[in-house]
Design a protein around this ligand. Sequence first.
Ligand code: IPD
Ligand code: CA
Ligand code: CA
Length: 262
Amino acid sequence: MIDLEPFHKIAVLAAKRGGRILKEGLRQEITVSYKGALDIVTNIDTRSEKAIVALISRHFPDHRIMAEEGSGRKGRSPYQWIIDPLDGTTNFSHRFPFFCVSIALEVKGRVRLGVIYDPVRRELFTAEKGKGAFLNGSPIQTSSVKELYKSLLVTGFSYDIQTDPKNTFDHFINFTLNAQAVRRTGSAALDLCYVAAGRFDGFWETKLRPWDTAAGSLILCEAGGRITDFSGKPYSIYGDEILGTNRKIHKEMVQILNKKNT
Ligand code: IPD
Ligand code: CA
Ligand code: CA
């Protein structure tokens, strides 16, 4: 087994550095550019990404980097960092304080380390493969809720929601009718951490990208949760569907996701 400690330390430093930039950015001018009709990037996303990538590159110059806003690096290293410098950009651009930095490390194609930092609440979620999940250093675990009707669920919508006829409104309706309640927070990375910490019981979404889910999916698995696609098959951060739960309501959620509305 590789010792992840040196990588873990730098990932935490980088997440906190990015987080500081986001928190300061809330009080500064935010400029918005459009990547698509709804998909935006701000000057602060870019600033955070540059700082994170610079720090990681200084310590691990050979490692590959996949970063949402494009300052990544290809190569042959078995190590790849997967970075979302600001998850929750739409929230951030409205100064709605729910967003985070997400950093994961893949080794030979497997996510081994995940670090997510919410600078507003100063909450640091971390996990190393096989070693459990932590919030500010204390172990966390998923909730004990066993029935869907008692569950608090969370989801998000992809940026092409207004144009894709296969949007996920049916799922939203079905879960709203079968769970205790459904929320939409605007940060998939924090959604996964909140399921890991037992604050939500289940999360589903489509069309997320590796930087949205790499760190959060490891944190959730390490907290005792279960992650699959919508049919219950193994999850990949490169896949199209994610269902992450406290394990206990997983089957019921798969059933709802496969329900055909007439
Ligand atoms: C988005 C957030 C949101 C999810 C979107 C993501 P971004 O990431 O995670 O919760 O619903 O699908 O793209 O653009 O804020 O980094
Ligand atoms: Ca994201
Ligand atoms: Ca982002």
